[in-house]
Design a protein. Structure first.
Ligand SMILES: Nc1ncnc2c1ncn2[C@@H]1O[C@H](COP(=O)(O)OP(=O)(O)OP(=O)(O)O)[C@@H](O)[C@H]1O
Ligand SMILES: [Mg+2]
Length: 398
């Protein structure tokens, strides 16, 4: 399994695990809430019954017992008679009172009808009232969830959000430290490779100069071909040495740079593939040519790989609103829309011998070293793909 697939599998397993934990926690809290709600209804019923007893009995001991039971019940409730007149309340804000009678008995108490209505309405919304017959009329006991139950209902959401924030912060911290570690490894390796290639390349160049003197290079183009390839090796080493240090960007004609590289590249692939470079020939942008050639090489190689047998690769250069666009279009197998972002992830490949590194390096070189953007502009399965590079335009010569 390649690292990309492994990462995806991990991601999905962890996601599934998180869903199991979250739903388990919600289900369990729901179960607790239901249990407590049932017990609160029972308490409200007992309280309603106790009221009946209070009016039916003269036994003081019994009444004291009933009052003790009543006071231990914590569910907030309001009792109204059959005409909707307020009778009793409990578990509500004791500084506010609802009835004129209470206000009459104690002139300091303010009659707060708004509060009474508000509380009664919220109780009506929450539960069916409990009916109890007192003194030959039917009273209704409205009640609402206790503060504890309300808190418990919200608890899992608060808890899960706190955990999610914590995990997100931890993930961001770890992934950024892992990225910077990867950066160091990749920069170190690139620099070391460039360094080690340096010596044999210089000797090869010297040998070629000697061979040119010894054999007639004009008559023997093989030596020139060899020289070309060694020069190429030198460019490769140069690319690697540029990784990690801020490359110098030169104000270059984009068309010319693209044309030069495409001309070099086209003779090295099957002649069943046609290349075309077209568009604005005056556009300029800040380019580091060795690195930008590498970008083009990766895109062109991918385009070649995507074309099974015969096809066309077009590079179109245009400028709009101070931006240069370089569109690389092929007539290959195409990329599914869901993979437009994924293709840039390191390790994602559909090729047997691919590493899935080409596009991730390309993205890095475009974004980090050229301050540009690269994305899949368009693609259709079986028809072809366009990758777009967007760079900041620099002033023209004229
Ligand atoms: N022009 C394209 N058309 C269709 N698919 C593409 C194209 N360019 C890239 N892809 C898809 O994106 C994948 C990743 O490309 P990338 O260049 O990163 O890796 P690779 O070409 O598979 O391997 P390598 O590391 O050798 O470049 C490819 O395997 C291919 O599936
Ligand atoms: Mg590639």
């Amino acid at each position: 399994m390649n690292p990309y697939q492994q990462k995806r599998r991990w991601k999905y397993s962890l996601l599934a695990f998180a869903v199991v934990i979250a739903s388990g926690s919600l289900l369990y809290t729901n179960y607790l809430v239901k249990n407590i709600a049932t017990s609160e209804r029972t308490r409200a019923q007992v309280w309603a019954l106790s009221m009946k007893q209070v009016f039916a009995s003269d036994d003081n001991d019994f009444l004291n017992y009933v009052f003790a039971v009543r006071d231990s019940l914590t569910v907030p409730a309001i009792v109204v008679d059959d005409k909707g007149e307020f009778k009793y309340k409990k578990g509500l804000d004791s500084t506010k009172t609802f009835i004129a009678i209470e206000a009459e008995e104690n002139p300091n108490i303010k009659y707060d009808t708004a509060y009474f209505r508000h509380e009664l309405n919220s109780m009506k919304e929450q539960h069916e009232p409990i009916k109890v017959t007192v003194l030959n009329s039917q009273w209704l006991v409205y009640y609402k969830d206790s503060a504890l139950l309300t808190q418990l209902k919200f608890f899992p959401y608060i808890q899960l959000s706190v955990i999610a924030i914590f995990l997100l912060t931890a993930y961001t911290a770890f992934s950024s430290s892992r990225k910077s570690e990867q950066n160091q490894v990749w920069v170190g390796l690139a620099k070391e490779t460039a360094h080690q290639l340096g010596t044999p390349i210089s000797s090869l160049m010297a040998w070629i100069e000697l061979m040119k003197d010894k054999f007639n290079a004009e008559k023997d183009p093989l030596i020139l071909e060899m020289e070309n390839d060694v020069k190429r090796l030198e460019i490769v080493a140069d690319r690697f040495s540029k990784i990690g240090s801020r490359p110098v960007l030169e104000n270059r004609n984009v068309y010319e740079v693209v044309k030069d590289f495409t001309d070099y590249f086209r003779v090295r692939v099957s002649n069943r593939i046609t290349f075309e470079v077209r568009g604005d020939t005056n556009t300029r942008a800040g380019l580091n040519v060795p690195l930008f050639d590498w970008v083009l090489e990766n895109l062109l190689k991918n385009a070649v790989n995507a074309i099974e047998d015969k096809g066309t690769i077009t590079v179109d250069i245009s400028e709009s609103k101070k931006q240069v666009f370089i569109d690389v279009t092929d007539t290959g197998k195409g990329i599914a829309r869901s993979k437009f972002d994924t293709v840039f992830q390191p390790g994602y490949t559909t090729r047997k011998r691919g590493w899935g590194l080409g596009l991730s390096l390309t993205k890095r070189m475009v974004e980090n070293y050229h301050n540009g953007h690269i994305f899949v502009k368009d693609s259709e399965l079986g028809k072809g793909t366009t990758f777009r590079i967007a760079l900041k335009a620099t002033p023209h010569d004229n």
